[in-house]
Write a protein of this length. Structure first.
Length: 395
């Protein structure tokens, strides 16, 4: 079983294998998942119970049109529907952005989400990769990035905020300045797929600024925020002309009935969603503190629902990943197949404290050969109770 499970990683060049594939190759009992960046607190058990009760009804019939589902989401987010296009996951929208709006070249800092490099390369575009430096904690210097774009004559610029896999965050005013400086480009994309988990700024999104500019698209993910990757839904926000151009290419029923059901449930569960974000931010602080106590392990600051860590000298990421899975039933994301990263780095998803104690115990044994011990209790790091709570449902 161990060999067949770990072989899935070696046969999967760009991404980790799915949980379904792992379950098929194991005894059916899934591992503790520190790999897929979900929200572990949403939907609530009551919401899952409601969906389970209505499963037959949900999957038997066609969903409403994308326009109907988009109108409901826009009512919730207080956005004009003409400025929004919903997709079957953010990757569908990235695909259409590439086909429709990227003419010849695209710039993107690396490491980052793989579709921003892979998708345009698959269609023959030039991808100008701006390397984030380990020596600066993988922070993106927007002035240097702008110079890089100008020097290469790149036509499209992408920024992920927070960035995946490192969780690096840029403040709103800096991104707005960058968008204005790049007003002559064909397109500027701000990927805010993980922004709901940030607490460094009260209102960090640039969706409203994007709607006023002719060449800016903001991409948002619902699956990540709501802990429902399998449903596949996300949306983009832009001025009506840009959003309409993408929307006109999407199939009438590109959104499934589960997506519709969840979108229409959300207005009744806003407080639970806000509380889930609050809890993830607290868990992120606690998890960072516990991992930072491991000798030789470097934990980078993150505003996402994951942490980017560098393993101690001598530790090899694929070995750590395989041993954590086969010996401890813990799934971690080794980042050797991410451009701009290496096998010395792991991305670890933020999870509840009981799971984190299990992760730390497993890492101690794999990295240092330490005997199993009673995992440490909850961290009392200062500031763990302080987190941004949105004043309302926001875009």
């Amino acid at each position: 079983m161990a060999d067949s499970v770990t072989s899935l990683f070696r046969s999967n060049a760009a991404h980790s294998p799915s949980m379904a594939a792992l379950a098929r190759e194991s005894d059916g009992a899934g591992p503790v998942d520190f790999c897929i960046p979900c929200n572990p607190y949403f939907p609530t058990p009551a919401m899952f119970e409601d969906m389970a009760t209505r499963l037959r009804e949900i999957i038997t019939y066609y969903p409403s049109s994308a326009d109907t589902i988009t109108a409901e989401l826009c009512s919730l987010l207080q956005l004009p529907p003409q400025c929004v296009a919903m997709g079957n996951g953010s990757t569908e929208l990235i695909t259409w952005i590439d086909h429709l709006l990227v003419r010849e070249s695209l710039a993107v800092p690396v490491p980052t989400f793989g579709r921003w490099t892979d998708q345009p390369m698959e269609t023959g575009k030039r991808v100008d990769m701006f390397p984030l430096q380990e020596s600066s904690g993988f922070a993106l210097d927007l002035a240097q990035y702008a110079e890089f774009i100008r020097a290469r004559g790149t036509k499209v610029a992408v920024i992920c905020n927070p960035n995946n896999p490192d969780g690096g965050f840029l403040h709103k005013h800096a991104i707005v300045q960058f968008m204005d400086a790049m007003a002559d480009l064909d397109l500027v994309v701000i990927d805010e797929s993980f922004l709901e988990f940030a607490d460094a700024e009260n209102e960090p999104s640039v969706v409203h600024e994007a709607m006023l500019r002719p060449n800016v698209i903001v991409l948002r993910s619902l699956g990540k925020n709501f802990g429902l990757h399998g449903i596949r839904f996300g949306y983009l926000v832009a001025n009506p002309s840009l959003a309409g151009r993408v929307r006109s290419m999407l199939p009438k029923w590109n959104l499934n009935s589960f997506a519709e059901h969840v979108v229409f449930m959300l207005k009744e569960h806003g407080p639970e969603y806000v509380q889930s974000l609050h809890q993830v931010r607290r868990d992120r602080m606690d998890m960072s503190g516990q991992l930072s106590s491991l000798p030789g392990l470097t934990v980078y600051p993150s505003q996402g629902n994951f942490l980017f860590v560098r393993l101690p000298v001598g530790a090899e990421g694929t070995v750590v990943r395989d041993r954590m899975l086969t010996e401890h039933r813990i799934l971690v994301r080794e980042c050797g197949n991410k451009i701009g990263s290496s096998s010395r780095f792991l991305r670890l998803v933020v999870r509840p404290q009981a799971d984190v104690r299990r992760l730390v115990s497993g890492l101690e044994q794999v990295l240092y050969g330490a005997p199993r011990r009673e995992p440490p209790g909850p961290s009392t790091l200062p500031g763990t109770a302080t987190a941004r709570v949105p004043r309302r449902w926001t875009a």
